[in-house]
Ligand binder design. Structure first.
Ligand SMILES: CC(C)(COP(=O)(O)OP(=O)(O)OC[C@H]1O[C@@H](n2cnc3c(N)ncnc32)[C@H](O)[C@@H]1OP(=O)(O)O)[C@@H](O)C(=O)NCCC(=O)NCCSC(=O)C[C@H](O)C(=O)O
Ligand SMILES: [Mg+2]
Length: 273
């Protein structure tokens, strides 16, 4: 599944809901949780149902409900059953047994954004029906009492734990949001860091961040060209009966060829969509 960008849209904001239909995000997340004030939860639920009923979305639409222990959870759960989104985003997931007992019948996307959630990320990602993990840096930073840092070093251990758990269980890993919607350069830097850490894509909060995330987590023309060149070298090596050779001065083996093939497959997919 392509998940370079996943745009949060507060479900109580009709203009944002309309705008989201026009944006090239790979996933849309209609939010009933933290972006919606307590006294607007009911309105947000109705908007979400209408928005999904109208249809015409370019991307799969997920619904972020309030957490399992929240007083809003039951009503959100009903809403999810009514509007049948492409999946449910469950915030502050902590305990695999509680998640397993939900039986939603819809793909689940779990937010890892508490200390307990990070420690249990592997078990959470392994619950049947889980499609992906989303890092939540704002909640996590608060709970851990870390201080904000431009290169996020106080959170790197937790972010890597999210990637580890996702990879070990074969589900998608989405990086946390970048809060400064005016800082395009800072956002681009953080996307590169997220991709380097192994994330598949980034959760975003503003239309301006969507294309930048798609570019950062997509395959560039240069990456596709480098993959082709590596595969040509590898084909020559195999023809000569070698199991290892060098390319551009670097050791390459079968696994590097597999990675290059995957890169090219993604490149081709991104060109046709
Ligand atoms: C961050 C914002 C509050 C900024 O709002 P604003 O200053 O009004 O933005 P703009 O004026 O620049 O908006 C320009 C137009 O774009 C539309 N818009 C803005 N945001 C979105 C969006 N997310 N999706 C779709 N469309 C959007 C505006 O309506 C304007 O449209 P138009 O008038 O027609 O030109 C705002 O961007 C915002 O609310 N963002 C989403 C915030 C959110 O969802 N937060 C919750 C998820 S993040 C989170 O919870 C993190 C995690 O859990 C953790 O712990 O880390
Ligand atoms: Mg959060």
């Amino acid at each position: 599944m392509r998940a370079r960008s996943a745009l949060y849209v507060p479900a109580d904001k009709p203009r944002a809901l309309e705008k989201a239909r026009t944006l090239p995000a790979d996933l849309i997340i209609l939010d009933l949780e933290d972006a919606v004030a307590e006294d607007r939860k009911a309105e947000a639920r109705m908007n979400a149902v209408d928005a999904l009923r109208v249809g015409a979305w370019r991307a799969p639409v997920l619904l972020r409900v309030n957490g399992l222990t929240s007083r809003h959870f039951d009503a959100d759960f009903e809403t999810a059953l009514k509007c049948a989104p492409a999946g449910i985003v469950l915030p502050k997931a902590e305990d695999a047994a509680s998640v397993r007992s939900l039986h939603l019948g819809l793909p689940l996307w779990l937010m890892i954004e508490t200390p307990r959630g990070v420690l249990n990320a592997d078990a959470l990602a392994g619950v049947p029906g889980v499609a992906g993990l989303l890092a939540g840096a704002n909640d996590l930073a608060r709970d851990l009492r870390t201080r904000p840092h431009p290169d996020r070093w106080p959170l790197l251990h937790a972010l890597s734990q999210v990637v580890l758990a996702a990879r070990a269980n074969g589900v998608v890993a989405l990086d946390a949001v970048f809060n400064d919607v005016r800082d395009a350069a800072g956002f681009a830097r953080e996307c590169v860091q997220g991709r380097d850490l192994g994330f598949d894509g980034k959760t975003v909060i503003h239309p301006e961040q969507v294309r930048a995330a798609n570019a950062a987590f997509g395959v560039s023309a240069q990456e596709a060209e480098a993959a082709r060149a590596l595969l040509a070298t590898w084909a020559e090596a195999r023809a000569a009966g070698l199991g290892v050779t060098t390319h551009a001065g670097q050791l390459i083996e079968e696994l590097h060829a597999r990675t290059a093939e995957e890169t090219l497959a993604r490149w081709t997919e991104e060109q046709v969509l």
